[in-house]
Design a protein around this ligand. Structure first.
Ligand code: IMP
Length: 428
């Protein structure tokens, strides 16, 4: 009865959606444990493209139960848009999606505050997705937020919404010089989404506990990536949730001892959206080529992603902090067009060689990568489904990434579709 976790090893956008989709075939329950509609998981099934933000990618497999855990912040508008997209694509959601009553709501005021904070710019600009993630988690932590279970208690809801808006309105108008939000309009809006939302709210923790007791396979789906973790990422340039594997235990109510395997997902290169240190960033034509070949534009905001070489210290850190047992390497085919490739093995910081990400992450702002260079394979790997069919130079590159990360690469993705995947790669 394995409980497995999928976790991003870099700064998000590693292609977790596709890997969750593939692995969900062998899991009965797929459960999202943190983040919100800031995530964007693109999955292509039978040539049809789905972009999921909140609902686990497992929804694309018939009969799978999908859970949104207490660690997630839910924007009902975004959720409904996603439901509409899935229903249009012939995917049934009724009876297959369950949201924790403890998951907090993202309200329009959270999105306004997120955008107002970013608009001020300056040093504390994070480059957020503008989806209200930070303000919503801040309210949850300050114990003034609105969890799903308030929605079925009108009195509680009204009192919570009114007191929340009283404080937030003074912040919006006095500090950010923005228009205040009308409490009556806010309540009307919240009440308008209750009828569609509440039927999906239920006791997710018991479903998971019963699933574990009954020997069901459970896949915990992480969003964003290790380097965006609130505690363990490149603070303050992080998201506001726990993206590391430990977040799955907290955000779903699963005891740590029940976890069987942690699968890390890493791109064959690195990308980052938003501000913050990125030692292997390529600001030249090679970066632009990777961006174009990899279609590196945000699934949520459409923003161009910064592109760079694979970062060994980041991969080692991700393996260490998440307890990664196996790695799924994605977007190998994007590198088919490059003559030369580099992999960062360490950094030079203040004249010293640093091989490990340490808690003083600000050193990354002045770190210069130490690279090992590889010849490109310059042949098409796109669509290859057997490891033996990969060019030797690509195999060598993958072998080096594995060595750098310190965990076995068991899956390699060679294209967007489900079918463009090499699975079951034996340990060498
Ligand atoms: P927030 O999560 O919207 O508050 O944004 C905080 C930081 O995390 C910003 O740098 C975002 O670009 C980044 N971020 C949030 N979600 C994702 C994601 O799904 N992929 C990549 N970056 C993300």
């Amino acid at each position: 009865m394995p409980v497995n976790i999928i976790v991003g090893m870099q700064w998000g956008d590693e292609g977790k959606g596709k890997i969750v989709d593939i692995l969900s075939e062998h899991h009965e329950i797929i459960a999202r444990y943190q983040g919100g509609a800031n995530a964007g998981h693109t999955v292509v099934v039978n040539g049809m493209k789905f972009v999921l933000h909140l609902i686990p990618s497992g929804i694309l497999r018939e009969g799978k139960v999908c859970v949104i855990g207490s660690g997630v912040v839910v924007d009902p508008q975004s959720l409904f848009a996603e439901m509409d997209q899935l229903e249009k694509g012939g995917i049934k959601i009724g009876g297959r999606l369950l949201i924790s009553p403890r998951a907090h709501c993202i309200l329009p005021v959270h999105k306004s505050l997120d955008k107002a904070h970013e608009a001020r710019g300056g040093q504390r600009k994070i480059g957020t997705t503008g989806k209200g993630i930070g303000p919503s988690y801040a309210d949850k932590t300050a114990r003034v937020g609105i969890p799903m279970f308030f929605l079925s208690d009108e009195k509680k809801l009204e009192s919570a919404a009114n007191s929340l808006l009283a404080v937030k309105n003074s912040l919006l108008s006095d500090f950010y010089s923005q228009d205040k939000l009308d409490p009556a309009t806010l309540l009307k809006e919240i009440k308008s989404f209750i009828p569609r939302l509440l039927p999906f709210v239920g006791d997710t923790r018991s479903v998971l506990a019963d699933g574990m007791r009954d020997g069901k396979n459970i896949l915990c789906e992480g969003a964003q990536g290790t380097m965006l973790d609130l505690d363990h990422g490149t603070y303050p340039y992080v998201t506001s949730s726990y993206t590391v594997s430990g977040g799955a235990c907290v955000g779903l109510g699963i005891p740590p001892g029940k976890i069987d395997k942690v699968i890390g997902v890493a791109k064959a290169y690195t990308t980052r959206v938003g501000e913050g240190p990125f030692p292997t960033e390529l600001l030249d034509g090679v970066g632009a080529k990777i961006q174009e070949e990899g279609n590196e534009f945000g699934a949520t905001t459409g923003r161009p992603r910064r592109c760079g070489w694979f970062d060994g210290p980041v991969a080692r850190y991700a393996v260490e902090i998440n307890g990664i047992d196996e790695i799924a390497l994605t977007k190998l085919d994007v590198l088919d067009v490059l003559d030369k490739l580099c992999v960062c093995t360490a950094y030079k910081v203040d004249g010293k060689t640093v091989e490990r990400i340490r808690d003083d992450v600000s050193i990354l702002e002045r770190a210069t990568p130490v690279y090992k260079e590889f010849d490109g394979w310059n042949t098409k790997t796109a669509g290859i489904t057997e490891f033996s069919k990969l060019p030797d130079k690509a195999k060598r590159y993958i072998g080096f990434l594995q060595e750098q990360a310190g965990a076995h690469i068991s899956i390699v993705s060679t294209g967007q579709g489900r079918e463009s995947t090499i699975t079951g790669i034996p340990r060498s």
